[in-house]
Design a binder for this molecule. Structure first.
Ligand code: PHE
Length: 533
């Protein structure tokens, strides 16, 4: 088709030397001239192809034309409403009159309603008794004829008034169209030689390149858009939160160990061995290997002792200690397991051990001050204040639904300094959440086995118009800190929240499966905007 169309253009030019108006062309396989918009679009394609080879040149002209609306097209196919009403009736004196109800059944409510009025006005139908009959033996369906003409020519010979009337009846709409005038180009010929697109070894060898016609480079052609990498929304929000922590002087904790032992995930945090969070229903345990290497004996002994018998001012849980429970390997249920590792390391100097300076540890970037000068500077017990954070993945054996998965990300901040108070914790969180764009926060007393006091954090959600829980926090218990070796006046507070919840709120996502898992659309990831808190 494309080549046949190009040939028509070349042959017409050959015979007539110019084409004044491409609407007069008769396209291959058509009977009438190419008046419709679609035909002109096809012609434009052929013109572009020919002009790229300098065979022709053309000028574009704009024209306002008309096209039938869907309702207009229906009339072209089935006749006007009034003609359909007329057709459904019998001629006066030659058959039974039809009642309005029968008419509705025959042509449909809408056609009967709209068509009757016009048919009466045109004198096509009349009342007889309770029914309707044809009063004209023959009619001319002008509406349909006009629409047919518009469909094939884009206009009406009978003039602007009839067009305006059809426009008012919403049977046609105006449409901008184009047509073209064409003249011969410098390389005009009536035969379409397929130009070469590549210079080949064979052409060079045979010398045929000298006489071959080559396709011109089109420097204006737009290239195929390249696919770049795109960050997942969770990573974008993670980066924003990370920046908030860094801005506040926090150092990032290493959190690469998804697998922990019960000891680090629970025992070190003074979570009782019988706590429901340790149940199979809540925690994923490893089947191979089942058991971890033993923790450091002196610390292990202190932890088991504080659980079973108490110490450091605590009565302990007074329940039998089970070593096997402590050694079980599991997928960490919270990043507080990593915080426990880091706090234990932070207390190394207080225990009289040399501080290790392995890569990636808190000592590299940790700020040495929390903004206040606390305690007695004269006494050096080895303790150095620290502000640490992490954002990483945790696992819980949960029933999955629209807002819960078996794995999610936790954002966690931990601050260690002498004589910190609950007011310090609340102050830190206010600044932190404020930087996240959450200005209204409230705190509610809560229970955590490893913190006392503990606070749940609620934020006012303007879209939901209610308070929603956004995090959990507290002051770590002495039963956790003192076995690590921290001096008695050192307090550590921390808070945690999920990464998914603020991300879902930011991006207006209400099902977690659109964010995580196999239903995530790549396009959605590519198009998701960056966030700024
Ligand atoms: N680990 C807690 C949680 O999973 C969060 C938390 C972190 C609470 C630190 C207190 C201190 O919800």
């Amino acid at each position: 088709m494309a080549e046949a169309l190009q040939q028509v253009i070349l042959d017409t030019l050959d015979a007539e030397s110019t084409i004044k108006d491409t609407r007069a062309l008769v396209l291959p396989g058509e009977k009438g001239p190419a008046i419709s918009n679609d035909a002109q679009i096809a012609i434009l394609g052929a013109l572009n192809s020919l002009s790229s080879r300098d065979m022709i040149s053309y000028a574009t002209h704009e024209v306002i034309s008309h096209v039938p609306t869907p309702e207009g097209s229906q009339i072209v196919e089935q006749g006007s409403n009034e003609a359909r009403v007329w057709a459904a009736l019998s001629l006066k004196g030659q058959g039974e009159p039809i009642t309005p109800n029968q008419l509705k059944k025959a042509v449909g409510d809408e056609v009967a309603k709209v068509g009757q009025g016009r048919a009466f006005k045109n004198g096509w139908i009349a009342k007889e008794g309770d029914g309707l009959v044809k009063s004209a033996p023959e009619i001319k369906d002008i509406t349909r004829d006009d629409l047919l003409e518009i469909k094939s020519t884009g206009t009406l010979k009978s003039g602007e008034k009839a067009l305006a009337d059809l426009r008012k009846r919403k049977l046609i709409v105006q449409k901008k169209g184009q047509w073209f005038s064409v003249t011969k180009g410098p390389s005009f010929s009536t035969s379409i030689a397929k130009p070469e697109t590549d210079l080949t070894v064979e052409m060079l060898a045979s010398g045929s390149w000298k006489t071959s016609a080559f396709k011109k480079y089109n420097f204006e052609a737009e290239g195929i858009p390249t696919n770049g990498g795109a960050l997942h929304p969770l990573l974008k929000v993670r980066e924003e939160i990370r920046n908030i922590f860094l801005e506040m002087g926090f150092a990032e904790m290493p959190t690469q160990s998804f697998v922990e032992s019960g000891f680090w995930c629970f025992d070190a945090l003074f979570v009782p061995q019988q706590h429901p969070a340790r149940d199979l229903q809540d925690t994923f345990y490893l089947s191979d290997p089942v058991i971890s290497l033993p923790p450091k004996k002196d610390y292990y002994d202190l932890v088991s002792k504080v659980h079973e018998h108490g110490g450091f001012g605590s009565t302990g849980y007074r329940a039998p200690w089970v070593e096997e429970e402590s050694r079980k390997l599991l997928l960490r249920t919270h990043t507080t397991a990593s915080s426990a590792h880091m706090l234990y390391k932070l207390a190394a100097a207080c225990r009289g051990e040399k501080i290790s300076s392995d890569k990636g540890e808190y000592t590299h970037g940790a700020s040495s001050t929390t903004g206040s000068d606390r305690g007695d500077p004269a006494k050096d017990d080895g303790f150095r204040p620290a502000k640490l954070f992490s954002i990483d993945r945790v696992f819980r054996n949960e029933t999955m639904d629209a807002t819960h998965l078996a794995e999610f990300h936790q954002v966690e901040g931990v601050v260690a300094d002498r004589n910190l108070t609950l007011a310090d914790l609340i102050g830190f969180m206010r600044v932190f959440f404020d930087k996240m764009g959450i200005e209204q926060v409230r705190f509610k007393p809560a229970y955590n086995p490893y913190t006392e006091p503990s606070l749940e954090i609620f934020a006012f959600h303007p879209m939901l118009n209610r308070w929603v829980e956004v995090g959990n926090s507290g002051m770590f218990r002495p039963e956790m800190l003192e076995p690590m070796g921290f001096p008695k006046d050192v307090r550590v507070h921390g808070w945690g929240l999920s990464l998914e919840r603020p991300t879902m709120i930011r991006y207006g996502i209400n099902n977690i499966r659109t964010l995580v898992g196999h239903k995530v659309s790549i396009e959605g990831i590519e198009n998701s905007p960056a966030v700024r808190f």
